[in-house]
Design a protein around this ligand. Structure first.
Ligand code: ATP
Length: 237
């Protein structure tokens, strides 16, 4: 097997005395889609925020493209191609769509407009409305903007935290279609989702997180086919 593009070993995250992540390990092969699923509070956001450099782990080691990034802050990682689409989208509602996209391209200098134009080709609805405040978009469109903003940074690894949260089923389909396209274009995707079935259907490999620990992992199709895992962790559809 080739060396994974991203590797997380024995990760620990604490908030004061709360041990939110207790020795989590996982890897992502280049070009694959890996998902971490689990209930509310399982520790999914804490894992992904530690990987993207938004919070400092209490222990463990994170390796990206063969280099230790355990304590590298998020703004440095974006420039290296490790980019997060945050939970709750974090769109700046009073800024225009174009201004939101420019924030995603702040580190690319002269090439920024080219990256933004490429993203407009992919999301025509954002192009049409580029001069409008981002707050005028629907929830689904704002999620697309959050994804588009990450794409202008030209990621090699995209970390996504609950991209389907709060969206109508039809829009969730659309979000998953875009995720599949991103992966098909060669970007490695690490997807954190409460919508476990949906995420596992899209993924190559899955990890089930419970109370800060990985309790099951394997090829996503295998996890979905295991009745005990489906009953215990994935809930009814
Ligand atoms: P959600 O789907 O709600 O985002 P999650 O699986 O992403 O859940 P985390 O948000 O990582 O889980 O939270 C894991 C645990 O850490 C929870 O028990 C949560 O209450 C706790 N926690 C998260 N953030 C903080 C914080 N800033 N301070 C204290 N405890 C926190």
């Amino acid at each position: 097997m080739s060396t994974p593009i991203l590797s997380v070993e024995d990760l620990r995250v604490t908030y004061g005395r709360v041990e939110a992540v207790r020795g989590v390990s996982f890897t992502a092969e280049q070009g694959s889609l890996v998902t971490l699923v689990g209930a509310n509070g399982a520790g999914k956001s804490s894992v992904i925020n530690a990987v993207s450099g938004l919070l400092r782990p209490a222990g463990g080691r994170i390796t990206f493209e063969g280099r230790d990034i355990t304590r590298t802050p998020a703004h440095k990682l974006v420039g290296r191609g490790l980019v997060q689409v945050p939970e709750g989208r974090q769109i700046l509602a009073t800024l225009t769509i174009e201004e939101n996209l420019r924030m995603g391209a702040w580190h690319t200098g002269a090439g920024a407009q080219r990256s933004i134009d490429a993203v407009y080709d992919r999301f025509p609805v954002l192009a049409e409305r580029r001069a409008l405040p981002a707050g005028s978009l629907s929830g689904g469109e704002q999620q697309m903007l959050a994804i588009a903003r990450a794409l202008v940074a030209a990621p090699t690894v995209m970390l996504m935290d609950e991209p389907s949260m709060g969206l109508a089923p039809k829009i969730v389909d659309e979000v998953f279609r875009v995720i599949a396209e991103i992966r098909a274009s060669g970007t490695t995707v690490v997807l954190v989702e409460q919508n476990a079935r949906r995420a596992l259907r899209a993924a190559d490999h899955g990890y089930v997180l419970q109370s800060g620990e990985i309790v099951h992992s394997g090829p996503a199709a295998g996890l979905l086919a295991d009745e005990r895992i489906v009953q215990a962790y994935l809930g009814v559809e």
